[in-house]
Each structure stands twice: as structure tokens, then as C-alpha cells.
Design a protein around this ligand. Structure first.
Ligand SMILES: *Cc1c(COP(=O)(O)O)cnc(C)c1O
Length: 346
């Protein structure tokens, strides 16, 4: 038996959002040149916006306080009141953003079932596109997500679905909160994964390790519209260059290293093989799902996550645990986490 002593530091696998800025990132933030970004005067924000737009192959970009606000402004820029967007039943932009598109944008979601790999079948999409008739909302947009549940969305599927959507007059948006994980895992430049999308939102505050911020990318006209919604929803920031500097630092130093997080996730999954009633999917990126039998669950009436927390390992979920590797988790901590998990689940 081994256990993490109460004084051992916590291994926080709840999300890749828990990272704290490194010393070098803090230095980059301290040294940032700043100005009032509501006046368009912040040179670091402007540099970040130009950089991310160029990197991802779009005309323009907008620095956003959060991924939720970025997706919301994207939906509101693509759709008007009484329009609808087609989206996965479990997608972040439908399920995890408080219904913002409907509440704040008067945009109707049309959620559809997703396969285990995150795809929405074209036959389902096509059947959901409404005719031009006063009875119906106007179907305007297809919204996909990559990575989805830590999996890289299939490139041929993306190509096909976005081309068909365009042929039916729909615009396309990607929630790419973890796009760079998808790029690193598939060994392709991020911009290649964006072919077929009219807009994308990417997060700097997940695996890239910045304290906050996202970027929304699209055409000049689209970004102009999104900029109005950003101001209206309270996202016009002033000396935001301090935060843009963290994002720029992350783009320079924290993209390729995502491969380490992916390796740690694989090691974590491998370290849990052979336990009865415990089934672990082979992770593609930095998220590990662990499915537990009712027998394993019954052994921990107070919850498995709570039992793990008592051993210094934090994660989310109950019958399906979710563990996320990131910048603040090293190989030794992964090994400790495996030992704690084997103790609790074995
Ligand atoms: C985290 C996340 C977002 C944005 O979340 P914020 O916490 O608002 O930055 C959007 N989509 C997905 C898939 C995410 O994981």
C-alpha cells in the first residue's frame, strides 16, 4: 500500500484550467507594453490579435476574456434574432455555456446527437435544416468542437460536414478551446484543422497555461460585428496587454510541449490497466476517462473522487472519472496519481 501523505502537495487533475503562470510567463506579463484596448491602443493586444489571426489563417482576430464569451460573440455575429445554430447535444456551446445564445442572443439552438468521436452525422444535420417558412427559425450556422472529450475530430468528417454546410448556405464555427492539443496530437499545423470553418475560438487558459483569455478569429466583417457584441457583453478591457503578453508567451513556449501532457495522459491510462471493474480509454490528448463498475462504486459510498482527494489526487466525475493532465503536472506526480488510483480502485 502506498498513499499520498496529507502534507504531500495536491495533484490537481480536475482540469487544464488550474495551471498558474510560470515565472517566465509572469516576467513577460510584467514587461508588457500596454494601452487602452477599448480605444484600440494596446500594442500587445494588437500584436496578439495579428499573430493569432496569421497563425490560424484568418483575416482578423479579437482577444476575449473567456472562451464562453468568445463563443457567445461568435454565435451572435453569425446569427440574428430568430436564427438557429446546429450543435452537438453535449457540445460546450450548447450545454455548458448557460444557454447564453438563447438567453442573450435570441438564437435558437438545434442540438443533435453526437457519435462517440464527437461527430454529428450529416444526415441528422440535413434533416434539421429548416425550410424557408414563417413557421421555423432560420437555420444559419453549424457549430463543431475540436478536441471533443479529448479526441481529435476526424479531418475527413470536418471537410465533408463543413463543405456540405456551406453548400446549404450555413456558416461554420469551431469551438477550438483545445485546438492546439488536436494539432499537436495529429502532427498537423492548427490552421490545417481549420479549413472549412468561417470562424474559430481558441483558449489560452487551458493547456497553454495562460491565466485567462481566448481569441476569436474570422473575416474582417465578422470580427467587426463580434467586437460590438464583446463591448455590449462587458468584454471591452482596458490595459489588457498584460494578459495578451501571457497568451503570446504561451504561443511561443507552450504549444509544442502539449505533447508532454499527452504522454502523461497515456502513461496514466496505461498505469491503470488490469484493475477489475475499471475501464480506461486510450487517450488521444490530455484527457483520461475512467469508467467504473457499480461494484467499484459501492466500495466508496462517499464517492471515488472524494476517496482520491483524501490521497491528494483531485479529479471530477463519479461513475466516469475525468482526469486532465497539464503544465503543472510532472512525470513524478503522474506516477503518484497512478499509485493513489490503484490503491483506491484496486
Ligand atoms: C473551456 C472551454 C470553453 C470556454 O470556457 P471558458 O471557461 O469560458 O474559457 C469552450 N469550449 C470548450 C470545449 C471548453 O473546454
Amino acid at each position: 500500500m502506498s498513499s499520498v501523505s496529507p502534507s504531500a502537495p495536491v495533484i490537481d487533475l480536475r482540469s487544464d484550467t488550474v495551471t498558474r503562470p510560470t515565472a517566465a510567463m509572469r516576467q513577460a506579463m510584467l514587461g508588457a507594453e500596454v494601452g487602452d484596448d477599448v480605444f484600440g491602443d494596446d500594442p500587445t493586444v494588437n500584436r496578439l490579435q495579428q499573430r493569432i489571426a496569421a497563425d490560424l489563417g484568418f483575416e482578423a482576430a479579437l482577444f476575449m476574456p473567456s472562451g464562453t464569451q468568445s463563443n457567445l460573440c461568435a454565435l451572435m455575429a453569425h446569427c440574428n434574432r430568430g436564427d438557429e445554430y446546429i450543435v452537438g447535444q453535449m457540445a460546450h456551446t450548447y450545454r455548458w455555456e448557460g444557454g447564453g445564445a438563447a438567453v442573450l442572443g435570441s438564437i435558437q439552438p438545434q442540438p443533435l446527437p453526437q457519435g462517440p468521436d464527437g461527430r454529428i452525422e450529416w444526415t441528422d444535420i440535413e434533416a434539421a435544416i429548416k425550410p424557408d417558412d414563417a413557421h421555423f427559425a432560420r437555420t444559419r450556422l453549424l457549430c463543431l468542437e475540436n478536441t471533443w472529450g479529448g479526441q481529435v475530430l476526424d479531418a475527413a468528417y470536418v471537410h465533408d460536414a463543413t463543405a456540405r454546410a456551406h453548400a446549404r448556405g450555413l456558416a461554420t464555427h469551431l469551438d477550438g478551446a483545445r485546438l492546439f492539443n488536436a494539432a499537436v496530437a495529429s502532427g498537423r499545423p492548427a490552421r490545417e484543422l481549420l479549413r472549412g470553418f468561417d470562424s474559430v475560438s481558441v483558449c489560452f487558459s487551458k493547456g497553454l497555461g495562460a491565466p485567462m483569455g481566448s481569441a476569436l478569429c474570422g473575416s474582417h466583417a465578422f470580427i467587426r460585428q463580434a467586437h460590438r457584441w464583446r463591448k455590449m457583453t462587458g468584454g471591452g478591457l482596458r490595459q489588457a496587454g498584460f494578459l495578451a503578453a501571457a497568451a503570446l508567451y504561451a504561443l511561443d513556449h507552450h504549444v509544442q510541449r502539449l505533447a508532454i501532457d499527452h504522454d502523461h495522459a497515456r502513461r496514466l491510462a496505461q498505469g491503470l490497466q488490469g484493475l477489475t471493474g475499471v475501464s480506461v480509454q486510450e487517450p488521444q490528448t490530455n484527457i483520461v476517462f475512467i469508467d467504473l463498475s457499480t461494484e467499484v462504486l459501492h466500495r466508496h459510498p462517499g464517492g471515488v473522487a472524494q476517496a482520491l482527494a483524501a490521497r491528494g489526487v483531485l479529479c471530477t466525475g463519479s461513475a466516469r472519472l475525468r482526469l486532465v493532465t497539464h503544465l503543472d503536472v510532472d512525470a513524478q506526480q503522474v506516477q503518484h496519481a497512478i499509485e493513489a488510483l490503484r490503491d483506491v480502485l484496486g
